[in-house]
Design a protein around this ligand. Structure first.
Ligand SMILES: *[C@@H]1O[C@H](CO)[C@@H](O)[C@H](O)[C@H]1NC(C)=O
Length: 536
């Protein structure tokens, strides 16, 4: 076949499938953007509110009809304009006094590319994009399945966000993933006509979010009428850091058939040609590279850079080598972690456009004369009882193992004999261990916590000695333990044990959660355990 014949054959094929042309059609109330793609995508955007009111994928309406797809709970009123750039990008710009939201459709594919510029936190106190997809069309959630499907609930466990469905506790919060791992999440259906709508978040999608690499937030929730697909840029859901403003994203909402998009398949570098407020292309960015040393190879290692405007992170290779994502110019602070436990901090790290800054980091965790240690210093409750379940269900769920009555005997018990959380009036824990006469001097009991709620903190009793009642930890906004979060400030408590308190033979330590606030079952004061160590 000649080139002309091939062209002819291709155009005949396209005509046969009645391909709509790429472009924007304008009415007094809306812009209708057609992607001109073979798997057709057409979205309708209100010219008064910026709400997406229709998502037609392959001719099928996926948008829930009683509410729109939008930022927060809708902008209400916005100035909405449309332009076509380079004949291939339809750019819809929505402006309010404090926010500019960009919705971009590229000729020939089935994705909605977005970026959101803010100068102030929205009044509702969080910044999110929510696509309300008709749950009858796309009922399933990826990757965690129905843990966050609250449709058909028979009762409420807590607040207005934890429910019981078929005897299991469910919440939109149980769809969360650590930001460092949250690349692609979707709502979908399988079967003979599969369709997926996914949120795809390549670096630097989270650069203006807050909370660091281990923050997690709501990703999906089939609540019955609509299946919500979110990109939470910031919120007070176990908030550890002030909100950042500026340009959030770009991020993509993709539409596909049976294939979940790979993170690397979405490249939004073309935003550099779209005149986006505060957008910095790769060429205007720099990186930090080096090695994180002296961390036990058993741990996953992460380096995290941040300042008031932006945040970035990278896993290191197993030998500790790292290269940051492409960062905006600026001066950064740094934290390095084994797991999620801070092992080094730094400041004054300068990032320059087009250059690589070298940074060598050594873990500052020194050797101690450890008598015993329970759990790893990894900033996570991993291994402790119910830690494998707490991310995806409520502590009252019948699938949880009992929280109380546990004794850990050093040398014979397993980590499952330690509850991942201590909750005022719900549980207490006992540690039994044997010492010889050389070990009865002064010692330190170190109790690592990852998250506290309602002023919960540990108080220990060592044989007949009652340890001090520590001051209340810094308050973190909103619930966490009951909503699948375990990461807060990671406070570590040291109990100084006077000489002759420990005895040769059997010793007993009990640990309780104390707080001036009243107990309220699992919703009362609590803290989550990282590790417990006795050293001299
Ligand atoms: C949908 O299909 C995918 C791919 O075959 C599969 O991995 C997934 O488990 C299916 N989901 C359900 C709920 O069956």
């Amino acid at each position: 076949m000649s080139f002309v014949q091939i062209l002819f054959a291709v155009s005949t094929l396209f005509c046969a499938s009645a391909l709509a042309a790429f472009g924007v059609t304008e009415s007094s109330s809306a812009y209708v953007v057609d992607a001109g793609s073979s798997n057709s995508l057409s979205i309708t955007i209100s010219r008064s509110s910026c709400d997406i009111t229709s998502i037609l994928y392959r001719g099928e309406e996926l948008q829930y009809k009683s509410q729109g797809t939008h930022l927060s709970s809708g902008l209400g009123t916005a100035t909405v304009t449309s332009e076509i750039i380079e004949d291939q990008y339809a750019k819809i710009t929505c402006n309010t006094a404090t926010l500019t939201h960009y919705i971009v459709v590229r000729s020939g594919d089935s994705n909605v590319y977005m970026a959101t510029h803010t100068t102030e936190e929205p009044e509702i106190g969080e910044l999110r994009f929510i696509a309300r997809i008709d749950a009858a069309k796309l009922p399933l959630e990826y990757p965690f399945g129905d843990v966050s499907t609250t449709a058909g609930s028979s009762s409420t466990v807590e607040g207005s966000d934890v429910f019981v469905v078929d005897g299991e506790t469910r919440s939109k919060f149980y769809s969360s993933e650590r930001f460092i791992d949250d690349k692609v999440h979707c709502v979908y259906r399988n079967g003979t006509d599969p369709v997926r709508a996914c949120m795809v978040l390549p670096d630097p999608a989270y650069e203006a979010s807050s909370g660091g690499p281990f923050f997690r937030d709501i990703n999906t929730n089939n609540g019955g009428a609509f299946n919500a697909l979110y990109f939470y840029m910031n919120s007070n859901h176990a908030q550890t850091e002030a909100f950042r403003q500026g340009l959030h994203g770009p991020y993509a909402m993709t539409f596909s058939r049976s294939v979940t998009p790979e993170i690397d398949s979405i490249n939004m570098d073309f935003f550099s040609s779209l005149d986006i407020k505060d957008y910095v292309p790769s060429s205007g960015r720099g990186t930090v590279a080096g090695t994180l040393s002296s961390v036990d190879s058993a741990f996953q290692k992460v380096v995290h850079w941040y300042n008031d405007a932006n945040q970035y992170w990278a896993y290191t290779a197993s030998n500790g080598d790292f290269t940051s994502p492409r960062m905006r110019r600026g001066i950064y602070d740094m934290k390095a972690y084994q797991g999620e436990f801070v092992v080094a901090t730094g400041s004054g790290i300068k990032v320059t456009a087009g250059q690589t800054t070298t940074q060598q980091i050594a873990s500052n965790v020194g050797a101690r004369n450890t008598i015993w240690q329970i759990g790893d210093w990894d900033g996570q409750p991993t291994g402790f009882r119910n830690a494998d379940k707490q991310l995806r269900m409520h502590p009252s769920d019948s699938r949880m193992e009992s929280w109380d009555g546990l004794t850990y005997t050093v040398g014979t018990s397993t980590l499952n004999d330690v509850p991942m959380a201590m909750i005022k009036s719900v549980n207490s824990m006992t540690i039994e261990f044997t010492l010889d006469s050389s070990q009865t001097g002064a010692a330190t009991l170190r109790i690592g916590t990852t998250l506290a709620y309602s002023n919960g903190r540990p108080q220990a009793k060592v044989n007949s000695f009652t340890g001090p009642s520590p001051a209340a930890p810094a308050k973190i906004d909103s619930r966490g333990f009951t909503r699948g979060a375990y990461r807060g400030n990671g406070k570590v408590y040291d109990v100084a044990i006077p000489a002759s308190t420990l005895v040769a033979g059997t010793n007993t330590i009990t640990i309780d959660c104390i707080s001036g606030n009243p107990a309220a079952d699992f919703l009362g004061p609590s803290f989550i355990l990282d590790a417990i160590e006795l050293f001299q």
